[in-house]
Ligand binder design. Structure first.
Ligand code: SF4
Length: 697
């Protein structure tokens, strides 16, 4: 295919092209150019492109360069806020400068990422702030609020995402006063949305993308029709994030929140005009009775809900409890109707209660086809969930086919840009839109079915670009054959012992990835004991915020002496990027199959069975394969990295599905026995010492 954009892109990636001239570290890579040309083709003709680009291909530049050179409006979505910040603050400005393009960039996050100045003012007057540390933090936020332009809380170093202060100084859809807010004109959330609507490239995240599809409130409903290029990086997370947003949810915390706000607002602004105490007592009682249906729980559980009621709950009693919540909503709506003129707060409360009533009705009706229901229960709250089994229908019907528009009058300055208003109607743009989906891991077959099927992209163009790393030379794999099976109670202690011995040989610099929180605690505790008295620090996920753990891990190795060990689960399987000597050993406790008792996993398995397919081969193995590739991918991040991967699950080498997983891993050389492992680790350790002493001298 020949078109002008292809030629410009080819020139940009050439040995003496604009990228080589403008950046010091650019070297042309065949895979990167191949991907960039495929992106250019889809930009020229429209349609959907799925690219699996192995680590080191340089996929970010491969999609950004053609997208920027195309001159089209681009929406770029990634999986996490950290990656969003990296793209917006580092990769994009660098490229825009190198390509010398007049491009306006914008970053758009969910509202919980921005300071709400109205709520900050309320928090200042709040006498209920839990502790002194939070009071101190609040005063730091106040000082920062005077100088920040964006109000993005990521600018505040050391602010833990789990801090109890965050909900007090950020808004949510329920408590934001919108255009009635006294701070509306200077509101950071609105400013970010306005900037996004006026920008050429907008960086968002998948959560925001799908949250907006579900509730249409963050500005995307206006933004999406005006962009011609949509890029999803870290696309392997798209399906799981999407299903969480595209169903219904109803939580008892949400019911109690609205009760509290209704009582406070009613007594403050309309005392005596309705029986607020009575209305709220009924509402609260209905919420608590609903919670009690799930019984007492000390740990979090998920209850299946395949029939009229969640498992173990009498259907009649369950239906009555839900109806009581519905009746409490009706009573509250009547009270709110009588005072809606008094203050905008009552209109917001009315909307919130009406939304709850709608969800109660939805949960009283049968589950939607191709969806699954369950109940999340913890010691303090209950959440009713209904989720589609995948996002295929949404992607096919609501995304890929969605029309594109041009023009239309912008919202006036004092109006929220995302509200439906009567303005000059935009004109439909008939040019096809381009959709690009990319990640380092999207499956193991030529059509990448693990990704394309649940995302409704079976007819997309698919490209697989291999990593340029020399894996046999850079990395080794060891699978201990004599370790007990993962379901044996002794498994975690054997993993811990083997990991500790390896860590001592290597001198830290190790990431231990576990598949469950139980294994995380067992292995973390055992390794702490085993390495006590050594100079190697053992960090365990959950003991510190993620950002602190990552910084401490990197610092440990940069000190030139012994590195650290990090024992982690869940989010550390991906996105933990430690190039160089700081990480040279990754230990994985077992093959990361999805939990078979999870209601969503069960429902997906049943659907495959009904289609005459094998849930194990078509779902469990591909899921494990993608997760394993992600975990293993933490080891080698650059062309000069060296390291060892240990997978403490001998099913990898003793079963047929294990061999399928093995084939999907990068082609590392295999270590035959524990002696070979010890030698490899000692060689890595010697290398690191030599490198450190050379650097020091
Ligand atoms: S409009 Fe909403 S988010 Fe903005 S300051 Fe007011 S309450 Fe906060």
């Amino acid at each position: 295919m020949s078109h002008p954009l292809r030629d410009v892109v080819l020139e940009a990636f050439a040995p003496l092209g604009v990228l080589a001239r403008a950046t010091d570290h650019f070297t042309p890579r065949e895979g990167q150019t191949e991907m960039a040309l495929a992106v250019a083709d889809v930009l020229a003709q429209g349609g959907s492109l799925v690219v699996e680009a192995g680590t080191g291909v340089g996929k970010t530049f491969a999609y950004l360069v053609p997208a920027l050179l195309s001159g089209e409006r681009v929406l770029l979505s990634t999986a996490t806020k950290a990656l969003q910040d990296q793209l917006y603050a580092r990769d994009l400005p660098r490229l825009v400068q190198a390509l010398n393009l007049p491009v306006r960039l914008a970053l758009l996050k969910g509202r919980s990422s921005y300071l709400c100045t109205h709520r900050l003012e309320m928090a200042r007057r709040d006498t209920q702030i839990p502790d002194r540390h939070t009071v101190h933090l609040l005063s730091r936020v106040e000082t920062w609020s005077l100088s920040t332009r964006t109000g993005d809380l990521a600018e505040l170093p050391g602010l833990d995402e789990r801090s109890p202060l965050i909900p007090l100084i950020t808004s949510n859809r329920d408590n934001c006063l919108g255009s009635q807010c006294p701070k509306f004109k200077t509101c950071h959330v609105n400013a970010a949305r306005r900037e996004a609507l006026g920008a050429d490239v907008v960086v968002i995240n998948h959560h925001l993308f799908f949250a907006d599809m579900a509730v249409r409130e963050s500005g995307m409903a206006e933004l999406l029709p005006t962009v011609r290029v949509v890029i999803f990086d870290e696309a392997h997370q798209l399906n799981e994030i999407g299903v969480n947003f595209l169903g219904h949810q109803l939580g008892t915390a949400q019911l109690l929140d609205v009760t509290r706000d209704m009582l406070a607002t009613g007594l403050q602004l309309a005392r005596g005009l309705a029986d607020w105490q009575g209305v709220c007592a009924t509402f609260e009682r209905a919420a608590r009775d609903l919670r009690l249906m799930g019984g007492k729980r000390n740990t979090a559980v998920k209850l299946r809900w395949t029939d009229e009621a969640p498992e173990g709950i009498h259907p009649g009693a369950w239906s009555q409890a839900l109806q009581d919540v519905g009746a409490a909503c009706v009573q509250a709506l009547q009270a709110l109707d009588t005072v809606s003129e008094i203050a905008p707060d009552f209109m917001r409360l009315h909307d919130r209660v009406a939304e709850i009533a709608k969800r109660v009705d939805a949960f009283l009706s049968p589950c939607a086809p191709d969806a699954v229901r369950w109940m999340d229960l913890s010691a303090s709250q209950m959440r009713l969930m209904e989720a589609p089994l995948d996002i295929a229908h949404t992607v096919r019907e609501r995304l890929v086919k969605s029309p594109m528009t041009q023009g239309g009058a912008a919202a006036p300055d004092d109006e929220p840009p995302w509200q439906d208003e009567e303005r000059t109607p935009p004109v439909e743009d008939v040019r096809p839109r381009s959709w690009i989906f990319t990640s380092a891991t999207l499956g193991d077959d030529p059509r990448l079915r693990w990704f394309t099927e649940p995302c409704g992209l079976e007819s997309a163009t698919v490209l697989r670009v291999s990593s340029p790393f020399d894996y046999p030379a850079q990395a080794a794999l060891f699978v201990p054959r004599d370790i007990v099976r993962p379901n044996d109670p002794a498994h975690s202690s054997q993993v811990a012992l083997m990991a500790s011995e390896s860590v001592v040989r290597l001198g830290g610099r190790t990431l231990v990835l576990t598949t469950t929180l139980r294994a995380l605690r067992a292995i973390g505790d055992a390794m702490k004991q085993q390495l006590e008295g050594s100079s190697i620090e053992v960090l365990v996920q959950g003991e510190w915020p993620k950002r602190h753990l990552m910084t401490r891990f990197r610092e440990g190795a940069s000190a030139g002496g012994q590195g650290c060990v990090l024992v982690a689960s869940a989010t550390f399987w991906e996105g933990f990027d430690v190039p160089g000597d700081a990480l040279q050993l990754v230990v994985i406790d077992k093959l990361p199959f999805p939990p078979p008792n999870d209601p969503l996993v069960e429902a997906r398995s049943k659907r495959l069975e009904a289609q005459g397919r094998s849930p194990f081969n078509d779902y469990f193995v591909p899921e494990a394969l993608v997760a394993l590739k992600q975990g293993a991918g933490r080891l080698i991040r650059t062309e000069s990295d060296q390291g060892v991967l240990v997978v403490c699950d001998n099913r990898l080498v003793t079963t047929s599905y294990g061999r399928r997983l093995l084939t999907a891993l990068p082609p590392m050389r295999q270590l035959a026995n524990a002696e070979a492992l010890a030698q490899s680790l000692e060689a890595l350790s010697q290398n690191a010492i030599t490198t450190t002493s050379t650097t020091t001298s």
